[in-house]
Write a protein that binds this ligand. Structure first.
Ligand SMILES: NC(=O)c1ccc[n+]([C@@H]2O[C@H](COP(=O)([O-])OP(=O)(O)OC[C@H]3O[C@@H](n4cnc5c(N)ncnc54)[C@H](OP(=O)(O)O)[C@@H]3O)[C@@H](O)[C@H]2O)c1
Length: 292
């Protein structure tokens, strides 16, 4: 077994968590997958699953038993998760956990104060990392509402104007997390994670149209129109504020940047949007499983 000890992967059945689990398991690290539902046969042989619900603190103690490090995915769709995450991390420190790697969004600091604050909470750990990820390229694959609109209506709708963002492959984010969870020479800091180029929604639509031969276009809308659409789609209004805030931030140019963190930490180039599309024919795009 690895000298790294045991890593608890919260959200371990989700998009990034599944890949973090696989990568750690392949490195010989002892992994415990935490989520509300057991993943069944998708759990790699030899990996333990623990039932864990952010909303049920009675499940937290068992999840933290004999754990050394945590991949930390705050409660999804909760716009103000500070108290529950803070309580969990206090318990983790008390239980002897040393390191936590938090998944966060690069847009949240300015558009979602509650989600921003979680970044400070994680700094109570003896060793910590915050992953400030740009928009996931996987939003254009599988069952994500953006992907469904692309396939069914041939349009991308956003309130981001002509703003560009450094879209990142969720698998690259997971690879960075796995690296930071296992590095011996840990440097506690934030990492802004992007893909190799900043792309506008027009650029994204053109790339999809070319690769998948679909007549996809971008339809810019106002922030109010976008918010109404997302509320109609069933998202909680407070979380809609954060999502639309990210669009507005993108329109302002604040997300128009690329970093080299993925290449520096993982030792290979970050995946480009064109590469991702190429790997996923429209039919294959129905799956939500990013490649490792
Ligand atoms: N999409 C983007 O563009 C983007 C960009 C930057 C950052 N992010 C961040 O990425 C995060 C999502 O990560 P992801 O895509 O890897 O996850 P995901 O695919 O959305 O999966 C969510 C995971 O959390 C678990 N979960 C849901 N509710 C839970 C609860 N109440 N208690 C415990 N576990 C729970 C789910 O399993 P169960 O349902 O079985 O519990 C699942 O394992 C978001 O928080 C977002 O802030 C997203």
């Amino acid at each position: 077994m690895s000298a790294i000890g045991t890593v608890l992967v919260t959200g371990g059945t989700g998009q990034t968590g599944r890949i973090v689990t696989d990568l750690l398991h392949r490195r010989g690290v002892n992994v415990v997958v935490a989520s509300r539902h057991h993943p069944g046969e998708r759990l790699p042989a030899g990996v333990r699953h623990v039932r864990f619900d952010w909303a049920d603190v009675a499940t937290h103690e068992e999840a933290l038993r004999d754990v050394d490090s945590i991949y930390l995915l705050p409660p999804p769709l909760d716009p103000d998760p500070v108290d529950v995450v803070d309580g969990f991390l206090r318990r983790a420190v008390g239980a002897g956990v040393r390191r936590a790697v938090l998944l966060n969004s690069s847009a949240f600091p300015l558009c979602a104060p509650g989600l921003h604050a979680v970044r400070l909470t994680v700094q109570q750990m003896p060793e910590w990392s915050v992953l400030l990820a740009s928009g996931f390229m996987q939003n254009f694959l599988g069952t994500h509402p953006t992907a469904v609109a692309v396939r069914e209506h041939h349009e991308i709708v956003a309130a981001a104007g002509n703003g560009r963002m450094g879209w990142v492959d969720a698998a690259d984010v997971a690879a960075v997390a796995a690296e930071l969870l296992t590095r011996a020479d840990h440097d506690s800091r934030e990492h802004v994670l992007t893909g190799p180029e900043a792309l506008s929604y027009d650029n994204l639509a053109a790339a999809i149209a070319a690769e998948w031969e679909l007549p996809v276009g971008y339809r810019p809308v106002t922030a109010a129109e976008r918010a109404a659409q997302l509320v109609d789609a069933g998202l909680p209004p407070t979380f809609v504020d954060a999502l639309v805030g990210a669009d507005v931030l993108t329109a302002s140019g604040a997300e128009d940047r690329v970093t080299t963190e993925v290449a520096q930490l993982v030792g290979r180039d970050a995946t480009s949007f064109a590469d991702l599309l190429h790997r996923h024919a429209p039919r294959a795009a129905m799956t939500t499983t990013p490649e490792v």
